[in-house]
Write a protein of this length. Structure first.
Length: 157
């Protein structure tokens, strides 16, 4: 674990315990820690099972219930459809890369919007980056499909 890593233990009574500060925390506390850059790991005290993903999903769901619309309905439907799909790993990598690209460029966009009086430039830049992201997505999918085709060709020989 690094300096920014935190271990949160989940007890059978559903309480969450921050081992670094020796106190109980809420889901919102964990959300705030993540926003501040902490790498949070949530573990079930009894079984040792890693509950990090489930906890983070629960945080996202709570935010959704509070009116913060992060995940559009169509996206959620597509996620459900992909659950039994054999391209889950590729989708996982795709989402990770897309998010990294979005985060990298969104902070630049925020700075531009705060400092720029020329809104046209900001939106032109945004459109240019969206087009670049779309092209990267197309390239990524083409590479993935090529790899699958190559695998299937070798498998059938």
């Amino acid at each position: 674990m690094t300096d920014k890593s935190l271990l949160i233990k989940k007890y059978p009574n559903r309480r969450l315990y921050n081992t670094a500060t020796s106190n109980y925390v809420t889901l919102d506390d964990i959300r705030q820690l993540i926003k501040r850059g902490y790498d949070v790991e949530v573990v079930d005290v009894k079984t040792g099972e890693d509950l990090t993903k489930l906890t983070l999903i629960q945080i996202v769901l709570e935010q959704q219930q509070n009116g913060y619309e992060l995940l559009p309905l169509e996206f959620l439907k597509q996620l459900i459809k992909l659950q039994d799909h054999n391209m889950g790993k590729i989708f996982n990598d795709y989402i990770k890369l897309s998010m990294e690209y979005f985060i990298k460029h969104s902070s630049y966009m925020e700075n531009l919007m705060k400092s720029s009086t020329n809104q046209t430039y900001v939106f032109d830049y945004w459109n240019q980056n969206i087009n670049m992201l779309n092209q990267q997505n197309i390239n990524f999918m083409q590479m993935a499909l090529s790899a699958i085709n190559m695998f299937n060709t070798n498998k059938n020989k």
